[in-house]
Design a protein around this ligand. Structure first.
Ligand SMILES: C[S@@+](CC[C@H](N)C(=O)[O-])C[C@H]1O[C@@H](n2cnc3c(N)ncnc32)[C@H](O)[C@@H]1O
Length: 310
């Protein structure tokens, strides 16, 4: 495996366990990254094939090396969630779709990608280098109100409005260091000393905006459930409460466990469509203490899994 992409797959054992009983066929790893989960799964199930998707060139290159030992059981495609349906066509039975959301550790570790607030680098934050929107464009061209909205919504940052105002004052911003300085100026000193790096939430918010992470997730989930053959499973590892809320709602809708409006008030129940899936756990799977010690990146993860019904 390429040095740059070595990282321990989050909840690796649990992911393999959920996929260990799927029928024979093809699994789509929609976020193949460095091939960590993919490698564990292909080792555990010699009758599975895997299509690994990632919109990051560096991830595809790294997983090509990491998964070379599985030969033609693996096909790697540089693409986004919106391409999943096209890629899956004519691939036979799709028996699993895995989403391990967010950025990979190597994306964070490579300063020049602009994801990290620990080093000074150009304001980029694109997972897909072909796309036009960069972090520089967001911080330099969005209105103050738009910036405040992004930072509040995706960063859940209570000083969002002050940070947006400080960013607008500091324009033009060209580097991550410049952005960190503006954020620090906006956050009152007592708050700055608490709760981790002061730029953490704002960086997360801008990254989610640059990469359209939530709209992509909705689209990817909706396509994936329809691709699955009966007994196939969809698994999502989410690291952010907004991501997990989307997954939870979609799973509830598909399984028919979402509350139906009006039923509490003795109205005739609305006809409910036949459920598409059954949930494999009522609550999301969280990391154990041992996993947290070995893999701090897993701290906020929530794994949800569902099985396609006939
Ligand atoms: C957390 S990493 C995956 C790590 C992988 N599970 C492993 O074990 O090596 C998430 C990956 O998903 C990719 N990604 C995020 N959003 C994507 C999207 N909409 N389409 C395709 N890939 C995406 C990122 O580029 C990143 O490489």
């Amino acid at each position: 495996m390429s040095e740059a992409f070595v990282h321990r797959p989050v909840l690796g054992r649990e992911v393999v366990k959920f996929l260990s009983s799927v029928p024979e066929g093809t699994v789509i790893d929609a976020t193949v990254g460095g091939g960590g989960h993919a490698g564990l799964l292909l080792e555990a199930r010699s009758d599975l094939r895997l299509i690994g998707i990632d919109r990051d060139d560096a991830a595809i290159a790294a997983s090509r090396v990491a998964l070379a030992r599985f030969g033609d059981r693996v096909q790697l495609v540089r693409a986004g969630f919106s391409d999943i349906a096209d890629i899956a066509e004519s691939q036979g039975d799709i028996v699993g779709v895995l989403f391990d959301l967010g950025v990979s550790s190597p994306q964070l570790d490579r300063a020049e990608r602009g994801f990290s607030y620990w080093s000074d680098a150009p304001l980029d934050m694109r997972m897909d280098a072909r796309q036009e929107l960069t972090a520089a464009e967001v911080v330099n061209t969005y209105t103050e109100a738009e910036l405040a909205h992004v930072i509040d919504e995706f960063g859940e940052e209570r000083f969002a409005r002050r940070i947006a105002a400080e960013i607008v004052k500091a324009r033009p911003l060209t580097t991550t260091g410049h952005l960190v300085d503006a954020i620090k100026l906006a956050i009152p000193a007592p708050a700055r000393r608490k709760g981790g790096h002061p730029a953490k939430r704002t960086f997360q918010a801008i990254r989610m905006e640059v990469n359209r992470e939530l709209p992509n997730l909705r689209e990817g989930l909706d396509d994936s459930v329809h691709l699955l053959s009966p007994g196939g499973r969809v698994l999502v590892l989410a690291y952010h409460s907004l991501e997990d809320r989307i997954v939870k709602r979609r799973f509830a809708d598909w399984s028919g466990t979402a509350p139906v409006p009006g039923t509490a008030r003795r109205l005739p129940p609305a006809p409910t469509p036949a459920p598409l899936v059954r949930l494999l756990s009522r609550k999301p799977v969280r990391p154990t203490e041992a996993e947290l010690d070995a893999n701090p990146r897993s701290a906020s993860v929530r794994l949800r899994a569902a099985e396609r019904l006939a």
